[in-house]
Design a protein around this ligand. Sequence first.
Ligand code: HGY
Ligand code: MN
Ligand code: MN
Ligand code: MN
Length: 413
Amino acid sequence: MDLASNLQINGDRLWDSLEEMAKIGPGIAGGNNRQTLTDSDAEGRRLFQRWCEEAGLSMGVDTMGTMFARREGADPSLPPVYVGSHLDTQPTGGKYDGVLGVLGALELVRSLNDLGIRTKHPIVVTNWTNEEGARFAPAMLASGVFAGVHDMGWAYDRRDAEGKRFGEELERIGWKGEEPVGGRPMRAFFELHIEQGPILEDEGIDIGVVTHGQGLKWLQVTLTGRESHTGSTPMPKRRNAGLGMARVTELVHEVAMAYQPDAVGAIGHVEVYPNSRNIIAGRTVFTIDIRSPDKCVLDAMDGRIRAGIAQICEALDIAHEIEQVGHFDPVAFDEGCVKAVRDAAERLGYSHRDIVSGAGHDACWINRVAPTAMVFCPCVDGLSHNEAEAITKDWAKGGADVLLHAVVETAGI
Ligand code: HGY
Ligand code: MN
Ligand code: MN
Ligand code: MN
């Protein structure tokens, strides 16, 4: 069989599924707000489960809520090829971040069904719980427990901004499964994802062959000064935690700029107390997000930022606490799986280039317990974590075609 021309996904069906899923947990500006363990997450999970059952898959759910939809292989005793991503979104997320990887994997199975192809190894389509980490930090929580990085009890104790506990919310939406987390035989894991950056589109390239994922640190900082009147407190007598946060924001930017092109840094989450117009902020809580493909750079940035925060607080007479609430070192994906992705793009005639992932993904953790690789497709203006996130139907099809070939090559027919 001429693999390239016969083995392709149904791009229209994939696009329709993406549009259907996007109706669940709509955002306010055309994207999605389907945050993990909310009622809309539960609704999206039910829709995905229905589609999986219609495709003849058998669903299993582990105690972190991760969904595993299994397509039997010719030899059920062989370790499955896992393929998937995440259905949860940012509060102002797009329709494709994560979702393309889950529904692209489902489309892969639907196409194998249409073509009557039975792979040797089973295939398991996966939806990882809480990849985004927007509601419950850190990101990639369930895949982190699965990879043995986080303890499940610690994960269950994570709380959202309203103090709700992960474990209770998982039970409340009815998606706490029975299966143990991790410890599964896995032949490989593949994840299709939008690039979430501008490189592929700028270079007019169809496919990103993801060789590495950059490392990440999330540092939660609490600055404590003193609340006082914004009108009657003389400037020299202020202990302004808001000013401290502003200076740390500038510090993070300056440190990242000092390590270009291999560094990024920003603060995206801030809380100001008491957040009243005429009270000097007595306390601020915010999260620093720094990343680099180079572990030494990541560690150096961490050190410079911590030292800088101490100096800022000394000058402003405010106290500080720093808690590392997220971290993974740069990852190198499995060369065999990366080659399967590259060969697939080549065979299908898609333009492709090797690329390092700027964003974190479940694949970054699963790479610790199974040979893993990722497929990127472009996204418009490289925009993501923004409701205006957009891709084209062709880009979605190209990514899913390459995913299909890489998985079939690895699962064998
Ligand atoms: O933070 C990340 O990189 C991922 O989108 N959760
Ligand atoms: Mn994602
Ligand atoms: Mn994301
Ligand atoms: Mn991911």
